[in-house]
Ligand binder design. Structure first.
Ligand code: ADP
Ligand code: MG
Length: 164
């Protein structure tokens, strides 16, 4: 588990950009955290780093959007999914098999459908006494392939790592 602290949306994008070189096609990132935590902002930073020229918006009403970059990016928001059956309509297996990076907001719902290792990113609001734009990005490395990359990601995020 890795805790990264940011103090603005811009910094959260910078964290995503710092991590991008470590990512490869086939990677799955499950994003969780309250509405307005910064899940879409993180994905926007990642898209920028991947060289996506289109503006990445919240796919809440479309469920999924795809962007061409250095590596293709699929951005999903499954907040509105009532049950796992609806994931079938999304063709999640097809998206996961597409040699792309797949970012899934509210990803816990689809966790049982992810047949592989993934990076979990939970974004929490900073404490009330903190500055209002403070966020804690909690990275969890699920599976050996992600655990191997924890060190590289930690060193790339060194500037924002929470000191205990
Ligand atoms: N440190 C921060 N990281 C990310 N977003 C932040 C931060 N501080 C303030 N914000 C703001 O919080 C909002 C996050 O929105 P969004 O990314 O759409 O949330 P989510 O997708 O998690 O619902 C944006 O308005 C952004 O400008
Ligand atoms: Mg969002």
């Amino acid at each position: 588990m890795l805790h990264v602290r940011t103090r603005s949306a811009e910094e959260t994008k910078q964290v995503a950009e710092a991590i991008e070189p470590v990512l490869q096609s086939g990677d799955v990132i499950l994003l969780s955290g309250d509405l307005g935590a910064g899940k879409t902002v993180f994905t926007q930073g990642l898209a920028l780093a991947l060289g996506v020229s289109e503006r990445v918006t919240s796919p809440t009403f479309t469920l999924a959007a795809s962007y061409e970059g250095r590596i293709k990016l699929h951005h999903l928001d499954v907040y509105r999914l009532e049950n796992l059956a609806e994931v079938v309509d999304l063709d999640l297996p097809g998206l996961l098999d597409d040699d792309a990076i797949v970012c899934i907001e509210w990803g816990e719902v689809v966790m049982p459908e992810i047949p592989r290792e993934f990076l979990k990113l939970n974004i929490q609001l900073g404490h009330p006494e903190d500055i209002p734009d403070a966020r804690v990005l909690e990275f969890e490395f699920i599976g050996p392939m992600w655990m191997q990359r924890e060190g590289a990601i930690a060193s790339r995020c060194a500037a924002w790592i929470e000191k205990d």
